[in-house]
Ligand binder design. Structure first.
Ligand code: SF4
Length: 215
């Protein structure tokens, strides 16, 4: 397996809890997975060392000095939006120390969700963990216990056997989603519909925000 880049080689500072590098933040409706349709304040942190070839946010991989924002400001903006929950995403948000961000969001009365590939130890206190393993970097064992939701992006039919392997390692109550990779949705969506019908422990996840053209 290739050597993954470090935070510093991505342009960031050594791992820290405050300030954090932010690529974008916005209040929207969650588009995919278990919370699709629910209002959420998204905080997209900069920096990713996973390197998925089909990544649709490659601009999130690197970190710029000017992107660092104080955690208190992030929590204040989330609170001002009126959102009941915040989704910490990326990039790969678990690259960063999220203890202070999740504490500040909870202090503001906002529930905390994360979307992660699970390749770094999880820090912070999360009300919902969406674990989305990627073939490009092996996840840590702890995520099979921490996950509330397993979401596997399917690029090729062969990804289904790989997805089942992850599902078998999760607790029975974990919600299981298969999601067609966006550029392959024409081929994969009909396949996944048939697969979920035949394997009903899964649900189909669709990137509704892309169809609705919302962030
Ligand atoms: Fe892109 Fe997410 Fe993969 Fe990182 S983990 S390369 S942000 S799809």
């Amino acid at each position: 397996m290739r050597n993954r880049p470090t935070l510093e080689s991505l342009g960031g500072k050594p791992r820290q809890a405050d300030p954090l590098p932010v690529m974008e933040q916005f209040y929207t409706l969650q588009g995919e997975g278990a919370w699709a349709g629910a209002p959420a304040y998204f905080i997209r942190l900069a920096g990713c060392d996973v390197g998925c070839t089909w990544c649709d946010v490659k601009e999130s991989w690197t970190i710029g000095e000017a992107q660092y924002q104080p955690v208190a400001a992030l929590a204040a903006q989330a609170q001002a939006s009126g959102a009941p929950r915040a989704v910490i995403t990326g990039g790969e948000p678990a690259l960063h120390d999220l203890t202070q961000l999740t504490a500040a969001l909870h202090a503001a009365g906002i529930r905390t969700h994360i979307e992660t590939a699970g390749v770094h130890p999880l820090s912070g206190t999360f009300d919902w963990v969406c674990f989305s393993p990627k073939k490009f970097a092996a996840p840590l064992d702890e995520y099979y216990e921490r996950a509330h939701e397993l979401k596997v992006v399917v690029y090729h039919e062969s990804d289904l056997a790989w997805a089942e392997g992850h599902a078998q390692r999760c607790a029975p109550e974990v919600r299981l989603f298969l999601q067609p990779e966006w550029s392959r949705r024409g081929q994969m969506t009909p396949l996944l519909i048939r697969y979920v019908q035949a394997h009903p422990h899964w649900q189909l996840s669709i990137q509704t925000h892309k169809y609705l053209e919302i962030p």
